[in-house]
Ligand binder design. Structure first.
Ligand SMILES: CC(C)(COP(=O)(O)OP(=O)(O)OC[C@H]1O[C@@H](n2cnc3c(N)ncnc32)[C@H](O)[C@@H]1OP(=O)(O)O)[C@@H](O)C(=O)NCCC(=O)NCCS
Length: 369
């Protein structure tokens, strides 16, 4: 028996909401004003004038070089053997997570992580996802073509033929808007892992596992489902009102941080509209968006609910020919730039991330006799 007191609970924030857990110079997410900056540059300008490799390089190094290139990388033989051994019904996120883990086992990744490590893993993963997508369809993987830049190379390895320039450009734009977004759950996971002086592959395995959850990995495929349920523009208003009356959430609307129109949605809408291979339901999506914004403003006058990135990610990803079950893994490929940049930023000024917790279990007691 002891008479030591148990601790009094201290204030805490469930989900760490509102807790400032670090500093970053990589991106600024301005939820009130609908602004997203990567190292100070506006996301809309980066989509219009940049490429994914140039944006990744900006995040890694802080330097803007619009001509920066990054082809996809070959898959080490042991990793390919593991991808071949996976059942065809494996979820693409599980395949990607497994591939990154196996890749880490084939590399020498000493502390601290370097820009070269970041480049290597970012250029490996698209090859791995493309190989898995082909293997599950009974097709052989396609070797990288070093003359192609990362996103074009990924589409080439996925489909076995070079994509047209407009298709590659559209997916490149999606990759740019997906590249980085502050201390979201998967990025924070990557920082926690690297803060133990682990390696960049382990950090990304954790990040992919975190992004796999439906609360994070996004739901552009659910946008597609909802639009097919709406069916036609004439039916949009009745459908939206009924869905809201039944307590349903409109997919592609609302955001934890943004109170204004998500700047990534604005950039992707332009991209979707300019795509020669845009899905034929894009006009329906635009009509449904108008109705949804009007009705949401009526039903939630105090809580601005605007379009988020997922709404226009859906037509872009469908338009480039990705099957909806590949959408979350494509999002992960795009986020490699941000994850790895955060790994570099964390390790450059490292402090083990180890928060405290309130103990709320039984008071000290004796084991039963
Ligand atoms: C993204 C999301 C999870 C953010 O949620 P959050 O910050 O936790 O917001 P809350 O759950 O606190 O919602 C606040 C209010 O807005 C409503 N709301 C939020 N998003 C809504 C949506 N998409 N459709 C309808 N109502 C919505 C909630 O019902 C709640 O209303 P109430 O106060 O009357 O109950 C949420 O907006 C959502 O579920 N959106 C749909 C899914 C989606 O598009 N996800 C991709 C995000 S990038």
């Amino acid at each position: 028996m002891t008479d030591l007191p148990m601790p009094a609970p201290r204030p805490f924030s469930p989900g760490l909401e509102g807790v400032v857990a670090g500093e970053t110079s990589l991106s600024y997410v301005d939820g009130e004003n609908g602004r997203l900056l990567y190292r100070g540059y506006r996301i809309g300008d980066l989509v219009e004038r940049g490429t994914y490799p140039a944006v990744a390089n900006l995040l890694w190094t802080g330097d803007w070089d619009a001509t920066h290139r990054l082809p996809t990388a070959p898959i080490p033989a042991p990793v390919l053997s593991i991808l071949r051994a996976l059942p065809a019904e494996t979820k693409p996120m599980d395949a990607l997570r497994t591939a990154v883990s196996a890749w880490g086992a084939t590399q020498d990744l000493p502390w601290p992580p370097t820009v070269e490590h970041a480049r290597a893993i970012t250029s490996f993963s698209p090859s791995a996802l493309a190989a898995f997508a082909r293997l599950r369809a009974g097709l052989e993987p396609v070797e990288p073509d070093p003359s192609l830049d990362l996103v074009e190379g990924f589409l080439y390895q996925l489909k076995g033929e070079r994509p047209d320039a407009a298709t590659a450009r559209a997916l490149d734009a999606y990759f740019i808007v997906g590249a980085e977004h502050g201390f979201n759950a998967s990025t924070f996971t990557a920082r926690v892992v690297i803060s133990t002086r682990s390696d960049i592959a382990s950090a990304l395995v954790g990040a992919i596992g975190t992004m796999k959850g439906p609360l994070h990995g996004g739901a552009p495929s659910e946008v597609v489902d909802q639009l097919s349920r709406v069916g036609s523009a004439d039916h949009a208003e009745a459908w939206v009102r009924e869905a809201l009356a039944n307590g349903e959430r409109l997919m592609g609307f609302g955001h934890r941080v943004y109170r204004a129109y998500d700047p990534r949605a604005a950039a992707l809408r332009k991209v979707a509209e300019a795509m020669p291979t845009r899905p034929d339901w894009l006009q329906l999506a635009i009509d449904v968006e108008d109705v949804a914004l009007r009705v949401l403003a009526e039903t939630h006058p105090d809580r601005p609910l605007k379009t988020n990135v997922e709404f226009y990610a859906a037509p872009v990803l469908m338009g480039v020919g990705l099957s909806p079950d590949l959408f979350p893994a494509a999002f992960s490929l795009s986020r490699h730039a941000g994850w790895t940049a955060h790994v570099l930023e964390q390790s450059a000024n490292n402090r083990l991330i180890r928060p405290d917790v309130n103990y709320v279990g039984p008071a000290e007691r004796d084991l039963p006799a």
